[in-house]
Design a protein around this ligand. Structure first.
Ligand code: PGA
Length: 249
């Protein structure tokens, strides 16, 4: 198992100057021998300047989305090769906001993660249930469907290089974090499902991040769980101070 990963998802925030200021402040607070791997995912327009600011620091940069085609007539889209060209190592795929507001399906998520790997990027595949699905006791059915729909047919090698993020939709941006035991329960389910889709040893290689209202106060309890291997952080990643506290938890 690799080091835990703490990833900041900046979403639709930050002109280039603000992004560089934030990246520089994070750079000051992260040591090379950090116990956790650190990743920031700026909006597309700031990736270039953030990559430059974080060059040779060991802090990774990622995209928030990609298209599955390398090039062509797909107005407004960005490819994996383009992200890699800007210095990205990672890319988030299938975030619930993309599923909810932009109609992204499990099939698209599957195509995108394969395109990301083909471009040499590490995809972070997001899954998670909505509030009514949790209340209707179909959390595992929903997440099982999301995983099967996107990951079926991956080779063990492709699977072992994945990162999965469990992000309950009801916890994103709401201040309502999953309890550590709720997170552990779903993370264990995800790992078991990955084992069904490949094998147990491969599934144990996959880092499973928790996301949804992570902050400096709740991170420790989450990270103590056996199957929580890091966090995908939205709001609290926009301030260097709170993001660094999470990194150092
Ligand atoms: P949040 O967002 O930390 O602001 O809840 C997490 C995410 O959407 O990845």
């Amino acid at each position: 198992m690799r080091r835990p990963l703490i990833a900041g998802n900046w979403k639709l925030n930050g002109l280039q100057s603000a992004a560089v200021t934030l990246a520089a402040a994070i750079r000051e607070g992260v040591t090379r021998d950090s116990r956790t791997e650190v990743l920031v995912c700026p909006p597309f327009t700031a990736i270039g300047v953030v990559s430059a600011a974080l060059k040779d620091t060991g802090i990774a940069v990622g995209g928030q989305d990609l298209h599955w085609q390398d090039s062509g007539a797909f107005t407004g889209e960005v490819s994996g090769a383009m992200l890699a060209d800007l210095g990205c190592r990672y890319v988030i795929v299938g975030h619930s906001e993309r599923r909810q507001f932009f109609g992204e399906t499990d099939e698209w998520v599957g195509k995108k993660l394969r395109a990301a790997q083909a471009a040499g990027l590490e995809p972070i595949v997001c899954v998670g249930e909505r509030l009514e699905e949790r209340e209707g006791n179909v959390t595992e059915a929903v997440i099982g469907r999301q995983l099967d729909g996107a990951l079926a047919g991956l080779s063990k090698e492709q699977m072992s290089k994945l990162t999965v993020a469990y992000e309950p939709v009801w916890a994103i941006g709401t201040g309502k974090v999953a309890t550590p035991s709720q997170a552990q329960e779903v993370h264990a389910f995800i790992r078991a499902r990955l084992g069904t889709l490949s094998d147990g040893a491969t599934a144990r290689e996959v880092r499973i991040l928790y996301g949804g209202s992570v902050n400096p106060e709740n991170i420790r309890g989450l990270m103590e769980q056996t199957d929580v291997n890091g966090a995908l952080v939205g709001g609290a990643s926009l301030k260097a101070d709170s993001f660094l506290k999470i990194v150092r938890c």
